[in-house]
Design a binder for this molecule. Structure first.
Ligand code: PXL
Length: 279
């Protein structure tokens, strides 16, 4: 049976991120991706003066309608959330429309490169995201978000494996079952660490650093990770992290060679075929 995963993210008209990445990527991985649009923007927030329409008021009815239709989900994957109430709606979606084994994958989108996004303007938003992460099967913070989740300043992180593993264990102690930390640097390499609080397995995956910054790579990473874990070939956390990290690196490398503006995000379209599972 094909698995169904709800993608609870915004839709931004320009600049690849959120739903414009999650939908094609999860489909390529063979999943039926059902979007829950948290907000509609004209572009992602790295562009100036974008329009933003918050859809929080629609989501309770959206969930009620899915329940009536009989939607039963194998996964709920949340990313950029436009309001504190939406953080609670993610949990309500899983409780209402999830199968008992429904996997909750939370990307606690709150910032990058030591800076918090403007949505993280108050402590109660961070508190709500922490509580969502505490009930998640997998969380995928970058280093900045990891610091915010643990109550530190967004700049307070180091790239040492020891401190990253320590942070991941602390996030598991707070309730998340598995943690993947992205955006780690090691010499000339970039990579991710993972800690599985269920099996105790941990590790780090590093690859060549593409010397450019593109928005939306966190969304691409977690979409591929979700697709790998819930897709037909259903792999281990280590191999899912490796697949996601390599795919993001390949897309960034391809985009740099094409020379398109970094703010448009990475060109993943022509590489999507690599994600399609064999029949
Ligand atoms: O990539 C995360 C993201 C998602 N959605 C919106 C964003 C961002 C990051 O800036 O602005 C609207």
């Amino acid at each position: 049976m094909q698995k169904k995963v709800a993608a609870f993210h915004d839709i931004s008209g320009f600049g690849r991120c959120a739903l414009t990445i999650a939908l094609p990527v999860l489909s390529a991985c063979g999943l039926y991706c059902c979007p829950v649009p948290s907000a509609v923007l004209s572009g992602h927030t790295a562009y100036p003066n974008v329009t933003f329409r918050d859809l929080t008021d629609d989501i309770d009815d959206f969930i009620r309608s899915w329940n009536e239709i009989g939607v039963r989900l194998d996964g709920v994957y949340s990313g950029y959330l436009g309001s504190e109430r939406q953080v609670r709606q993610v949990r309500a979606l899983r409780e209402t429309c999830g199968r008992p084994e429904c996997m909750l994958i939370v990307d606690p989108v709150m910032g990058d490169n030591g800076k918090a996004y403007s949505i993280v303007s108050n402590e109660s938003y961070i508190t709500a995201v922490r509580s969502l992460c505490a009930g998640a099967d997998i969380i995928t913070p970058n280093q900045t978000e990891c610091a915010l989740l643990l109550g530190r300043a967004p700049t307070q992180y180091t790239d040492s494996r020891e401190s990253a593993l320590d942070d991941m264990k602390r996030l598991v102690d707070k309730g998340a079952k598995r943690v993947v930390v992205t955006g780690m640097s090691e010499g000339e390499q970039l990579g991710a660490g993972f800690y599985d609080g269920v099996t105790g397995e941990s590790g780090f995956i590093f690859h060549r650093r593409v010397p450019a910054y593109f928005p939306g790579t966190g969304d691409l990473f977690t979409s591929v990770l979700t697709g790998a874990l819930l897709g037909r070939e259903c792999c281990t956390l280590a191999s899912a992290v490796e697949k996601a990290a390599n795919f993001v690196m390949e897309c960034a490398d391809y985009t740099m060679r094409q020379g398109t503006p970094n703010l448009e995000g990475v060109q993943f379209e022509k590489l999507l075929g690599r994600l399609i599972p064999e029949e």
